[in-house]
Design a protein around this ligand. Structure first.
Ligand code: SF4
Length: 315
């Protein structure tokens, strides 16, 4: 499949007074046209940093230190900030940020916040038509433009943040934990809405979540991240039925099962490690039941038909 967006050997580090945190450490992956890719992993594994890196919006003191981001064959990591702002950010790739419920400014109406986005991107009139269309896409009434964020429910605020991210009709959407802090019913509505938008607008969506259940509902392909690296990527059914990487195996077996109610859930027994420590070899070494001496060297990336795994077991 031709990839619409890909990251190649991407490294994103945070430079703090305590040391360097390698949040994204040599990640390569891609997404095709109208595809949905889920990025899953525990908190702090680097998945949100990877999402912001795709939009070149890594928060300070983070920085993309090496690697490339390719959009439709063009290396957008080499573009000037000005060119990236004008041509790519929000127009071609957009993002629903984590904690979107708190992203709305409490002192401005929804309409004025949406208008500001259009003004920032050079629109000078016809605001209301574009805003109304964007709101109707997320099943909100146009009258909502007069409301302030505190007048909306959690689900409505999340719909507004989705409408904002789709204002300039991007073809790629990065959705970072779009259902976090919503109740289960609203979660399901938002997931169905994103699926519908993907289909109707022919979009590609990168879903980021720590919740394997949510990821499984929305993603055709899944990338599993562990300590800054994608350790396995493959079709969703393969990841569930036949996980290859030992970390993925543990992750899948940590999901409670309705069929086997009395079985024990898997837990990882690893110690908390200093994130600034530079590790060599496999990052899962301390917790891996199959670890061998050669795992103290960096594991190879083994490709197979629909994905890859980063592990010595498949050499
Ligand atoms: Fe386990 Fe070795 Fe594979 Fe790492 S490389 S996951 S330690 S078998």
């Amino acid at each position: 499949m031709d990839l619409t967006l890909s990251a190649e050997n991407l490294k994103v580090y945070y430079f703090s007074e305590f040391g360097t945190i390698r949040a994204v450490d040599d990640v390569s992956f891609g997404i095709g046209k109208n595809e949905s890719v889920g990025i899953v992993g525990e908190s702090g594994c680097g998945k949100s940093t990877l999402g912001t890196a795709l939009l070149r919006s890594v928060p300070y003191p983070g920085k993309i230190v090496s690697g490339q981001i390719i959009l439709n064959g063009k290396n957008i990591s080499k573009m000037s900030d000005d060119e990236f702002d004008k041509k790519v950010r929000w127009k071609k790739i957009s993002m629903i940020f984590q904690g979107a419920l708190n992203c709305l400014d409490p002192v401005f109406t929804i309409g004025s916040q949406m208008k500001e986005i259009l003004q920032q991107h050079g629109y000078s009139n016809d605001y209301s038509e574009i805003i109304e269309e964007s709101l109707s896409n997320v099943l909100l009434e146009p009258s909502i433009v007069k409301k302030y964020p505190h007048e909306l429910s959690g689900g409505m605020k999340q719909r507004v943040s989705i409408a904002m991210s789709l204002l300039l009709k991007p073809k790629i959407l990065v959705a970072d934990e779009p259902t976090t802090s919503l109740d289960v019913m609203v979660q399901s509505q938002i997931i169905n809405l994103l699926k519908k938008l993907k289909k109707d607008r022919d979009m590609s969506i990168i879903f980021i979540s720590h919740d394997l259940g949510v990821i499984s509902e929305v993603s055709e392909t899944i990338a599993v991240m562990y300590r800054g690296q994608v350790v396995e990527m493959g079709k969703a059914y393969q990841i569930y039925k036949n996980p290859k990487h030992p970390y993925t195996e543990k992750l899948v077996s940590s999901i409670p099962s309705m069929k086997n109610k009395h079985s024990k859930l898997e837990i990882l027994t690893e110690k908390t490690t200093d994130p600034t420590r530079k590790e060599s070899g496999c990052k899962f070494y301390d917790s891996c039941p199959y670890a061998k001496e050669k795992c103290l060297n960096d594991p190879p990336v083994i490709k197979y038909r629909d994905g890859f795994v980063r592990c010595w077991l498949y050499e």
